[in-house]
Write a protein that binds this ligand. Sequence first.
Ligand code: G6P
Length: 613
Amino acid sequence: MCGIVGYIGKNPALPILFSGLERLEYRGYDSFGFCVLDDGKIDFLCKEKGKISDQCHIKNSESSGSIGIAHTRWATTGIVTKENAHPHFDCNQEFFVVHNGIIENYKEIKEKLLNEGHKFSSETDTEVLAHLIEKYFDGVLEDAVKKALKEVRGTYGLAVVSPKDPNKIVVARMSSPLLIGINGDEFIIASDPSAIITRTRQIIHLDDNEVAVLTPDNFIISKQEKENDCWKIADKKIETIEWNIEEAEKGGYKHFMLKEIMQEPATIEDAIRGRLYLEKGNAKLGGLEIVEDRLRNIDNIALIGCGTAYYAAKVAEYMIEEYAGISAEPDIGSEFRYRKSSFNKNTAGIFVSQSGETADTLAALREMKEKGLLTIGVTNVVGSNQARETDAGVYTRSGPEIAVASTKAFIGQLTTFALIAVYLGRQRDMALVMGNRIIEEISRLPELAREILDTKEEIKTIANKYINYRDFWFIGRKYNYPIALEGALKLKEVSYVHAEGTAGGELKHGPLALIDENCPTIAICSSDSVYEKMISNIEEVKARNGKVIAIATKGNEDIKKIVDDVIYIPKTLEMLTPILSVIPLHLFAYYFADALGRDIDKPKNLAKSVTVE
Ligand code: G6P
């Protein structure tokens, strides 16, 4: 989500770090920071709010140090402030850390360190690393880093420098990318190849459980062995990056939209990390703790969003009503204000937004606040207006989404809502076994989502087969009704082809008049409580010579006999199927639009964030 750059060599580090960060800005841009060492001393230390590209004067600062680390932040834990920007440091400003990822157990560690007398200056999870390194430092930086890492749980790509052991950078990785670029007698570390590609194309990828120590003339990578806790020198291969800058930013994918779809399993992982209470059959949602008691008394919920976020709200309606027994009503931000809704003091509003800046959603939020009602945010951007103005909330942690059409952020919203439904359900009548069952199934979702992405070439073939059609219908029922709406929205947004979504049951009430051999239907018919009814809808379409592409559950061979094409998704709980069934629809829209040569990441007439009403 954030970006890391580090430099060790013979040249001044600052300009190299600066241009590396500029190229990483697309990954996170709310604040940034640098720490450069020279001759065993801190030569340049700076943390700022805002975009690096607005701060060009920094590049020309007096600094000749040739060892340094830098970071551009996309806030997750702790709002956007100068203090929360990286590098983070210990009590005496001797150990400097830049970090991507999440330290899940940071609260426990922080409490312990506070009791031991450590003084913290930020709200971040990262800062505990700096203090742990301070605590364990005994002359050799890498030894202290290794000891510190033994105490933390979570994910990290990190880089550490210290004037106490000044001629090195120590880096480590666990589930968060980090690479070392080799350029003759200098080494550049980065979380992303786009940061270093103009300086070198020779790289080594760090793997999980690896720690590298870089000095001006050499580097050593060691790996921790699981069995005996020992560190062994790792034998690594140097790879050559063939990508150009633009391809590198897109992770080698042709478009950000495809890259972001491919990140969907990781988005689920990020949304649930540290939030699954398996033994308690519950979700641990720190952001709702302050309103926990108020939430217990809530008996109806208004769910507000716009565009794709509104469809997430519609899925949430089914989840919350079925599993928490609370009446829930979704509405579009722009329509909410025209209604004379009969709220009572036990009404809560849940506002869903990737950006947290959508004007209509914010207007609805402000209206509800004026009525003194409880407001909750399901937001991706930390510190956004929505995040700041709601009483409490849950961040979706989906990372920056660059493509205008929302894909991974939607997956993050649905996953977050599944957690909220369990949380509200367990506050009420949901049995422990039911909570256990859902939480366990949620933990399998990343793996199931990956299975779908593995079939992307088949989905591409199907999309290409339908490339000459100009009208599409999407149908689904219950949990997959909003997914039919989202599938149609995605297709029209990126391909400019007419597509509509309806509830399966509504087909007879109008849309059938348009179904013929020129208007294919995409039917979401997973093997669940509405399967038979969806089959009836498919038969209605087939009776009018309409072509049908089915999204069906793996193992359902019968469906092949009645439809033209099938895309399979793995079996999961009915309430979680939308998180899987939308993935092939995202891929279908992408490949369809790509075959038509559309400007996929920036569709005409559309904006990523609609900040006017
Ligand atoms: C715009 C974007 C959509 C997004 C919607 C809501 O229309 O193009 O992708 O779903 O705004 O945005 P939000 O940031 O509130 O989720």
